[in-house]
Write a protein that binds this ligand. Structure first.
Ligand SMILES: Cc1cc2nc3c(=O)[nH]c(=O)nc-3n(C[C@H](O)[C@H](O)[C@H](O)COP(=O)(O)O)c2cc1C
Ligand SMILES: CC(C)CC(=O)C(=O)O
Length: 401
């Protein structure tokens, strides 16, 4: 590619060049046929914008407030795992990029920098995403560490009782560099070692942090003495060994009992679940199909946003993620009722290409595109963006009839 990247797709190409194939595939991939993966992006293309003209757009204000935190634009960094696979500075670089652009940083439970490192690296407003482990004590400790380190909310990811089937990862036998490991969880192990005394299994390939290895040993096929990771994705094996597939609605009560932080639930795709989430007392909903990495043939996220927004009836803010690659996508999601969008892969592409600078450039690029979209659509503030600024494919079809 000649010259500097001018859009997210060009950052993706730089990331492809920078990363080992195994990691590039991990970051970009979706589940099974990757139908939903394509739809997440394509569905945006089928929504058109209805611009208004002759509005004074000499001043555009993109700022908004998210759970009481003022932010420069309705953009957050989605929690994504293991940033050190993309860049040696990992989530610290991502958080600094977010701080420089004055947007909120979502930190993954499966991060390669600790909550303490991220908290002390910059002044970005931070939300902490959790998976709930079978070992609830581990999850509780992680939540307390986030609380202690000034994180502003807990994002409960609720769409991952098991990991989706990502075939590239299976083929690549995706593995994690032993120098990286899941440091975030590792640090807590040292606080509660008694339960992991049985580290006689250290001979296992040291690809994951100690607790991961321990729990993966339990997955060992005793007849062949091979761990599951020899058969496919190490990351899938890790999730199978550690994530609590019995997690259900009543557990939100448990989560509320261990933290005072507001809880956002991530992974809602239906009005039924949106209503349950409100009944459970969450502070906000993230409409998400996990970047199409979980259930293939789940709907493209943008196609169900409005259903959820209607069900929620303004009781809590609704956030959106999935397939955002352009400022126009952000505009469309807001027009359909989202308070803000979360950006997953695009940020990783920036990180892989240029570290902190790349994260900053990607976010700034999306902000610039969004600002221009607002100006060309006749919207001076995010509150000016209304449902009448977009037409969905279905509406266009009805008009033609
Ligand atoms: C490489 C990768 C890792 C992810 N890791 C996590 C994670 O640890 N926790 C989580 O809740 N979601 C995770 N997600 C999902 C994102 O939070 C988000 O829902 C998704 O990336 C949005 O779609 P987009 O990538 O098209 O922007 C991950 C997504 C990707 C691509
Ligand atoms: C380590 C994984 C469980 C992170 C994740 O959520 C993903 O890869 O989609």
């Amino acid at each position: 590619m000649a010259g500097e990247p001018v859009n997210v797709n060009e950052f993706q190409e730089l990331a492809r060049q920078a990363l080992p194939k195994m990691y590039y595939d991990y970051y970009t991939g979706g589940a099974e046929d990757q139908h939903t993966l394509k739809e997440n992006v394509e569905s945006f293309r089928r929504i058109i914008i209805r611009p208004r003209i002759l509005v004074d757009v000499s001043k555009i204000d993109m700022s908004t407030t998210i759970l009481g935190h003022k932010t420069s634009a309705p953009i957050m960094i989605a929690p994504t795992a293991m940033h050190k696979l993309a860049h040696h500075e990992g989530e610290v670089a991502t958080a600094r990029g977010a701080a420089a652009c004055d947007v909120i940083m979502g930190l993954s439970y499966m991060s390669t920098c600790t909550v303490e490192e991220v908290a002390s690296s910059c002044n970005a407003v931070r939300f902490f995403q959790i998976y709930v482990y079978k070992r609830r004590d581990i999850t509780a400790l992680m939540v307390h560490r986030a609380e202690k380190n000034g994180f502003g909310a807990i994002i409960l990811t609720a769409d991952t009782p098991r990991l989706g089937r990502r075939e590239a990862d299976i083929k690549n036998k995706v593995d994690v560099d032993s120098r990286i490991s899941f440091n975030n969880c590792d640090a807590r192990i040292h606080a509660i070692t008694p339960k992991i005394k049985f580290l006689e299994y250290q001979t296992l390939r040291s690809c994951f942090s100690q607790v991961m290895q321990t729990e993966m040993f339990m997955l060992t096929d005793r007849s062949t003495n091979k761990t599951l990771q020899d058969k496919g994705s190490n990351i899938e094996a890790l999730a199978a060994g550690t994530f609590d597939a019995s997690l259900c609605w009543k557990d939100i009560e448990w989560l509320k009992s261990i933290t005072k932080l507001p809880i956002l639930i991530k992974g809602i795709l239906t009005s039924e679940d949106a209503i349950k989430a409100i009944e459970a007392g969450v502070a906000g909903i993230i409409v998400s199909n996990h970047g199409a990495r979980q259930l293939d043939y789940a709907p493209a996220t943008i196609s169900v946003l409005e259903e959820v927004v209607h069900a929620v009836q303004g009781k809590v803010p609704v956030f959106y993620d999935g397939g955002v690659r352009r400022g126009t996508d952000i505009f469309k999601a807001l027009a359909l009722g989202a308070k803000a969008v979360l950006i997953g892969r695009a940020v990783i592409y920036g990180l892989a290409a240029k570290g902190e600078l790349g994260v900053k450039q990607v976010i700034q690029m999306l902000k610039d595109e969004f600002e221009l979209t607002m100006a060309l659509s006749g919207c001076c503030s995010v509150d000016d963006i209304t449902r009448s600024h977009v037409k969905t494919e279905k509406e266009r079809f009805i008009c033609r009839m």
